[in-house]
Design a protein around this ligand. Structure first.
Ligand code: E4P
Length: 217
């Protein structure tokens, strides 16, 4: 499963990228706001750090304006994936930009039917939001499983980009289901290294090592 980092924080992206943990980046208007940066400038900087797909989201709501925004975002770098919302206009934009050879990430997906439409419109990525479904007591992971089944039934090439990931459990379950990509905030990715038994075991090893009185260097 590919790891995308869900942030516009350049320092956090660079740190994870240096460790080989970043296969791509996703941003959205809320993350651009959080960064305090200009969208075109920060997206260009991110594309200079990461060689994989970098999602940049359009903000118009009408297809013709979305297409114009998407083309402008795609000019930033060849690894831009234009992110469009899963609306009828977003699907029209997806079809046009995909036909033109651009990568398109269809976002704000909350049902298998929406994912089916995005695949038929030629989406490179579909972004089902797990955490936001869990927030309203629905099962976000069940949606990932349903989309996996639908896409496999018909050999759709659209990649399932599990989004709105909040926990380590979301990550491992997405990998077990067979999501192609997951995108998570830097803190969630770093948190995957933590395990209570690792901490406990290390504490014991350090205590025993101190008792040996030895040094390696
Ligand atoms: C994905 O592309 C979105 O930017 C993101 O995963 C949304 O996550 P949130 O629901 O935690 O805001």
């Amino acid at each position: 499963m590919k790891f995308f980092v869900d942030t516009a924080d350049v320092a956090a992206i660079a740190e994870l990228n240096d460790l080989g943990m970043v296969d791509g980046v996703t941003t959205n208007p809320s993350l651009i706001l959080k960064s305090g940066r200009d969208i075109l400038e920060v997206t260009k900087e991110i594309c200079g750090i990461v060689s994989g797909p970098v999602s940049a989201e359009v903000v118009a709501l009408k297809a013709d304006e979305m297409i114009a925004e998407g083309r402008k975002l795609a000019e930033i770098a060849p690894n831009i994936a234009v992110k469009v919302p899963l609306t009828w206009d977003g699907l029209k934009t997806c079809k046009t930009l995909s036909d033109d050879g651009f990568m398109v990430n269809v976002t704000l997906c909350f049902s298998a039917n929406q994912a089916l439409l995005a695949a038929k419109a030629g989406a490179t990525f579909i972004s089902p939001f797990i955490g936001r479904l869990d927030d309203i007591n629905l099962d976000g992971l069940e949606l990932i499983q349903d989309i996996r089944t639908v896409y496999d039934n018909y050999s759709f090439k659209t990649q399932i980009l599990a989004a709105s990931i909040r926990t380590a459990n979301h990550v491992s379950q997405c990998a077990l289901i067979g999501a192609d990509v997951m995108t998570a905030p830097p803190a969630v990715i770093k948190g995957l290294a933590s395990h209570v038994l690792t901490d406990k075991g290390l504490e014991q090893f350090m205590a025993d090592w101190a008792k040996t009185g030895q040094k390696i260097i």
